[in-house]
Design a binder for this molecule. Structure first.
Ligand SMILES: Cc1cc2nc3c(=O)[nH]c(=O)nc-3n(C[C@H](O)[C@H](O)[C@H](O)COP(=O)(O)OP(=O)(O)OC[C@H]3O[C@@H](n4cnc5c(N)ncnc54)[C@H](O)[C@@H]3O)c2cc1C
Length: 208
């Protein structure tokens, strides 16, 4: 069990953190930067950018050890693949459908892929038939979730996102930031939750 908080700020900066019930915590920051930007000291850079944010962000950064910070580009497959299998080669997870992290579904979809692939291999008598079944069962759902992840912030902040031309993390114009923040405040939490939970309902295939 955990409690997740996400904070959107100006200049394309999102800060999220999770408090786990066992006392551990994690945080992530998503910045709108040219790809492959790297910092000599990523933690110092995060402290520089986020030290004026509200609690508990500065405290979380102060409590972080520099050698525990990872920095990666966040990429997505904007154009859905026409197939997730080629011959006897099969793609799972981000390799098949890398998506923005807005719905927290990337790893969930990877796990669904894995379970479906195992079930397909068990159900069919040839590898080719199993991979065809896997592709037919998984591609429509995973691509729909990827599409929804791309649209997730835009749904809540349609006006602001249209002006800024991209998803929530990339909103930087002050007017767009204000519109986005207002839209986020006005979005009923139950509606926001429904938007996220809509993609959680999935019944795994039988492995027996
Ligand atoms: C900020 C953020 C928050 C997220 N939050 C969530 C969340 O709450 N819920 C959720 O479900 N998902 C979340 N995701 C998405 C999730 O992290 C990914 O979808 C998931 O890690 C994809 O798993 P994967 O195994 O397909 O790929 P990866 O995790 O990328 O694993 C691929 C592995 O293959 C290795 N590799 C690459 N090339 C080679 C090679 N040639 N030889 C050997 N190894 C190789 C890589 O080093 C890597 O270890 C989040 C992502 C981000 C960026």
């Amino acid at each position: 069990m955990y409690r997740l908080r996400a904070h959107l700020g100006p200049g394309g900066a999102e800060f999220g953190h999770i408090a786990f019930l066992d006392g551990r915590a994690e945080w992530h920051a998503v910045l709108s930067l040219p790809s492959e930007t790297r910092f000599a000291d990523p933690l110092a850079e995060m402290r520089r950018r986020f030290h004026t944010r509200h609690d508990p962000i500065p405290a979380l950064l102060d409590a972080t050890r520099a050698d525990t910070v990872l920095h990666h580009d966040v990429d997505e497959l904007r154009t859905p693949l026409p197939a997730h299998t080629v011959g006897r080669i099969v793609l799972l997870g981000d390799a098949a459908h890398a998506m923005p992290p807005n719905l927290g579904q990337g790893a969930c979809q990877a796990l669904e892929d894995a379970v479906t692939l195992a079930a397909s291999l068990r159900a069919e008598t040839t590898v080719e038939a199993a991979l065809a079944r896997y592709d037919a069962e998984r591609r429509p759902r995973s691509q729909a979730v990827a599409r929804a992840a791309r649209q997730a912030v835009a749904q809540a902040v349609a006006q602001a996102a249209r002006h800024a031309g991209s998803m929530g993390q990339k909103v930087s114009h002050p007017l767009a930031v204000a519109l986005r923040d207002t839209a986020m405040r006005l979005t009923p939490s139950r509606a926001a939750l429904r938007m996220i939970l809509r993609h959680h309902a999935w019944v795994p295939p039988s492995l027996t």
